[in-house]
Design a protein around this ligand. Sequence first.
Ligand SMILES: C[S@@+](CC[C@H](N)C(=O)[O-])C[C@H]1O[C@@H](n2cnc3c(N)ncnc32)[C@H](O)[C@@H]1O
Length: 253
Amino acid sequence: MLIINVVTHTPTLLSEAKALAAELQLPYSNSIEQTGYSLILTPDHLCLQHNTSKSLPLKIDFLAGKSAYRRQHASLKREALARAMGLKNNTHPKIVDATAGLGRDSFILAGLGFEVTMLERSPIIQALLADGIRRAIADPIVSNIAKRLHLISTDAKTWLTELPATERPEIIYIDPMFPTRTKSALVKKDMQIFHDIVGEDPDADSLLPLALTCATKRVVVKRPRLAPHLANMTPSFSQTGTSCRFDVYLKTK
Ligand SMILES: C[S@@+](CC[C@H](N)C(=O)[O-])C[C@H]1O[C@@H](n2cnc3c(N)ncnc32)[C@H](O)[C@@H]1O
């Protein structure tokens, strides 16, 4: 069981930090504890840090790093995900990212002009994502992109099961966690905390058949390049890149 305290060192953010702690049903603490993790609210971001290890704090910043680079260089042709989804200019398919995670893939899709409904079931990751989106909306450079992201805190299986038939999306995207072979050796340093919090999505296999009943056009699954197919289901086709593979399941009428 992970121990996580909500902390702020900024007096003006105290009531916001306490409200967040209450919402997440976590204890509020005035200072960093000796063990566990701290969800720290600062004027610049919300971040999750391990209290004793040297792993990098986890925060979602769509203006920096990979997200910024991909936003500047993305195009429908260049982005393998957009090709796997069959996205075309001047079309407006309903896209559901059923495993939103750090929002990187959703942000790319939004950067290409598409509205994305993002589903995330981990309350901590959901809080980090909501913070990243809120700050991106406040930034003039990415505001319009971030406004196309619609985050829902839910388990995708529950949400898809309850979705009325009239609201079914054309495209559902699934990118579950993939089990690592050794405990943490294969996890990049900045992703260590993310893996600690989220775990391994052992129920990922059951999401694909459900997504296939809900999507009206296709389901796209992201996998490590050499990984077996999700739920042992053979896709209509796959697109393999340098580090990952997109398995595409087309709906036949
Ligand atoms: C590998 S990450 C996704 C990364 C994401 N594609 C990105 O670009 O940042 C998987 C995420 O999906 C979430 N997840 C897994 N199964 C889910 C489900 N059934 N419903 C909602 N979220 C789910 C996990 O909590 C985790 O945050």
